[in-house]
Write a protein that binds this ligand. Structure first.
Ligand SMILES: [Zn+2]
Length: 755
């Protein structure tokens, strides 16, 4: 359900696995609308409070959820408040709105349950689906706003009130997801009267039923009870795993001589010095993700990096038993539900359909970029002045050498590049971009009294442009909360506030918030990487805003998990295109466009270490699949580490460091649980789409129309394979021998383009 989540894998990874992850460029992660298949307690990754809110049962409604202001219709107070939600004017209003949402939902539920088998044919199947969607929309109107509020509001009274409402409604939602009356109403509508459903309503019915049954609602007493227990274990163990990544007692520390920390920026050193002192000559370096990542990235002393790397990647040891238990519980749940393994369970409702499809793709990608990865490692050593020495880049060298080599190879002055990206210019440039590509206008508008949560937040109204009918018609709203502040959600994310859907002859207009943490101050300039992040999030926003589904259950980013990152990865391409940079980049003082040779150097840096990055991503995704396909009967202490080491040895040129267990720090094993491959999938599909529609002229209107009509407007209302085949041709997906995987040819060609 509304698990807004972590976007910015980079920020998360930077900590998660230290140096292995730091150079990964993918940004986002999660959307507030948990996409289909995103079942796990991902929320726990971002914030503990969510950890105890999410259960498998939340899936049905949770992914549905996504928000709405439609519930306003039954509120006494229709005056719009915070986030433009009617009735939300004081923190205490959250409790009142939550109660009303529950009351409204109870009414709908009673109507649905009473119309069960004997209720037909008095109520049509369409009316049943409409009511189910209405329940979800009613609850999400409050839940999604609460989720955003607790992550961004600077006033703790609002945060607490939002958290309380969130907890209360999540509990209620769990009850709905195990309500057999609702389930039977759905089954009856689908089986007895399914022929009368529109294709979209039929898909709502299909996916809702799938989610109900993936929670075991259809099982008999004994099996259901066993599933309840294993599902509870999965939640508890997932939380424990994440807790060990954030608990100083679990991840530990190292005392390091100040003299051996040269190169690490002073600001980072001071934050690591707690417990150490200048007097003793030692800094106490906590082995948390952020600090380890910084030391590995910046410390000039190889022995310092080595010792910190080995210490950090040996634990947290407590996670070894936790991870084993988690894998056992997931496996048992999957078996109860009739699946061969958790990997089979997780992939079955998605584009992939079967774990062998992503497995084959990942193995092929890692193999086909192997030569290039070898060249990159040689280049790393050469550019870092280490050619002729030991020709191996070790785990603790990678991040450091890439940083040095990248700066040297491209001779890019990051500050000079950033001077071409004043925030104002980037925002107006993105407006020009979506106007050219999609024919929609972005206009900054004033907030209504009480609508805003911070003075720095802006509101963009999205309207249809002068192409076709309906010029000037309002389409949706995008809030931009881009600057950092204390206690704010620390990564980049796209939060859904309200989903689009049909309401009688009208449309419920979508609203989203893009939450980032760029620079500081209104005169801020963005780094090129931040521009890329902004575009990534804007890709998600366009998916939400340009969605045109009848049901909010399938709106925008509520498509399959392994499809949801496609628009955002496609949007990242814009950050590297000369024509688009012509819209986005102007010098903050002179107003000059970015010089052509600077653009050329920027582009040359794009895939500088792309093959080693890709191999690393393949290792993560393959390990995620492999450990979730293990038979727990064969699991002995250390066997998960053996799998991770075997995968790395087979598919990466980075050597396995004996005694280390990076998987114990890889929080995405909890959150993604067999679906981490979604990122490599998205990269492949985005490369195909870019090549077919955008590469030649990214600003040609036909390209944007193809994307909007072929993909964005459908959200999850069409089967993902059908969307891709219609857009990219019958050969877009590899289906041999099982499942479906995108063709990596374009992505690998992009990788090799600069060779
Ligand atoms: Zn994303």
């Amino acid at each position: 359900m509304c698990r807004a989540l972590l976007c910015d894998l980079r920020a998360f990874f930077a900590g998660t696995s230290g140096n292995q992850l730091t150079s990964y460029r993918a940004k986002c992660v999660a959307l507030v609308s948990a996409p289909r298949g995103m079942a796990g307690p991902l929320r726990a990754v971002a914030r503990c409070v969510a950890g105890n809110l999410v259960s498998r049962q939340v899936n049905v409604w949770s992914r549905a959820n996504l928000g709405t202001a439609a519930a306003a219709s039954h509120l006494d107070d229709d005056r719009k408040g915070l986030f433009a939600l009617p009735g939300l004017h004081e923190p205490s209003d959250f409790a009142r709105l939550a109660r009303r949402a529950v009351a409204r939902s109870d009414d709908l539920m009673r109507r649905l349950v009473s119309s069960g088998p004997s209720g037909f044919p008095h109520r049509s199947a369409t009316a049943v689906i409409d009511d189910l969607d209405e329940i979800s929309d009613t609850l999400c109107a409050v839940v999604d706003v609460a989720e955003l509020c607790r992550n961004v509001h600077p006033d703790l009274r609002w945060v607490r009130a939002a958290e309380n409402a969130y907890v209360e409604l999540q509990g209620y939602v769990q009850g709905l997801n195990s309500n057999r009356g609702l389930y039977l109403a759905l089954v009856n509508a689908q089986e007895r009267h399914g022929a009368e459903l529109s294709p979209e309503a039929a898909r709502v019915a299909l996916t809702l039923r799938q989610d109900f049954e993936r929670g075991g609602i259809h099982l008999g007493g004994d099996e259901h009870a066993r599933l309840e227990k294993t599902a509870g274990d999965v939640i508890k163990l997932g939380m424990a795993f994440q807790q060990n990544l954030s608990d100083p007692k679990a991840f530990g520390h190292m005392d390091v001589s100040w003299l051996r920390l040269g190169g690490v920026p002073a600001g980072l050193l001071s934050s690591t010095a707690e417990g150490g002192s200048r007097d003793t000559g030692f800094a106490r370096v906590p082995l948390d993700q952020r600090t380890v990542s910084a030391v590995l990235r910046y410390a000039d002393e190889p022995d310092t990096r080595r010792s910190v790397y080995l210490a950090a990647h040996s634990g947290p040891e407590a996670n070894r038993a936790v991870l084993d238990g988690l894998l056992r519980a997931r496996h048992e749940s999957a078996k109860i539900l009739g699946f061969e393994s958790h990997a089979h369970f997780a992939t079955s409702p998605l584009l992939a359909e079967h774990p062998d499809a992503p497995r084959a793709l990942l193995e092929r990608m890692a193999s086909e970029c192997r030569d290039r990865a070898g060249e990159e490692i040689e280049a790393m050593l050469r550019l870092a002045g280490r050619d002729g020495m030991d020709g191996t880049v070790r785990g603790w060298d990678r991040s450091y050498l890439i940083g040095k080599a990248r700066a040297k190879a491209c001779e890019l002055d990051a500050a000079a590049v950033a001077s071409y990206f004043p925030l104002e210019r980037v925002i107006s440039g993105v407006g020009a971009l979506v106007d050219r590509v999609f024919g929609v206008k972005l206009t900054e508008v004033a907030m209504e009294p009480g609508e805003n949560w911070h003075a720095k937040v802006r509101k963009l109204r999205v309207t249809s442009g002068d192409r076709g009918a309906g010029e000037g018609q309002e389409i949706g709203t995008i809030y931009l909360d881009l600057e950092p502040r204390p206690r704010k959600f620390p990564h980049a994310a796209h939060f859904v506030i309200r989903c689009s859907r049909g309401v009688g002859p009208d449309k419920q207009r979508p609203a989203v918030a893009l939450v980032c943490n760029f620079g500081a101050g209104s005169a801020a300039t963005l780094s090129h990487s931040e521009v890329e992040t902004f575009l990534h999030e804007f890709g998600h926003a366009m998916h939400s805003v340009l969605s045109d589904t009848q049901y909010q259950h399938l709106s925008g980013t509520r498509c399959a998990m392994d499809m949801v990152e496609v628009p955002s990865h496609l949007f990242e391409y814009f950050a590297w295109d000369p024509a688009v940079l012509g819209l986005l980049a102007r010098h903050r003082v002179t107003g000059d466009p970015m010089p052509r040779e600077m653009i050329a150097r920027l582009r040359a840096s794009k895939e500088l270490f792309g093959a080693t990055d890709l191999q690393q991503q393949c290792v993560f995704a393959l390990t995620d699949l492999e450990v979730h396909a293990l038979d727990p009967a064969t699991l002995t202490e250390g066997s998960v580490s053996d799998v991770a080491a075997r995968v790395q040895a087979a598919h990466s040129l980075m050597p396995v460091e004996p005694g280390t267990s990076w998987e114990l720090r890889f929080g995405h094993l909890v959150g993604y649980a067999s679906t981490y491959y979604s990122y490599p999938y998205a990269k492949c599909v985005a490369a195909d789409l870019w090549g077919k529609f955008f590469r030649e002229d990214p600003l040609a209107p036909g390209a944007g129309e193809a994307l909007r009509e072929g993909m964005l407007r459908h959200g999850g209302a069409r089967e993902p394979g059908a969307i891709l085949r219609d857009m990219l041709g019958d050969g877009a997906l590899m289906t041999d021998p099982v499942g479906a995987a995108p063709d990596p040819t374009s992505m690998l060609a992009d990788l090799n383009r600069g060779r």
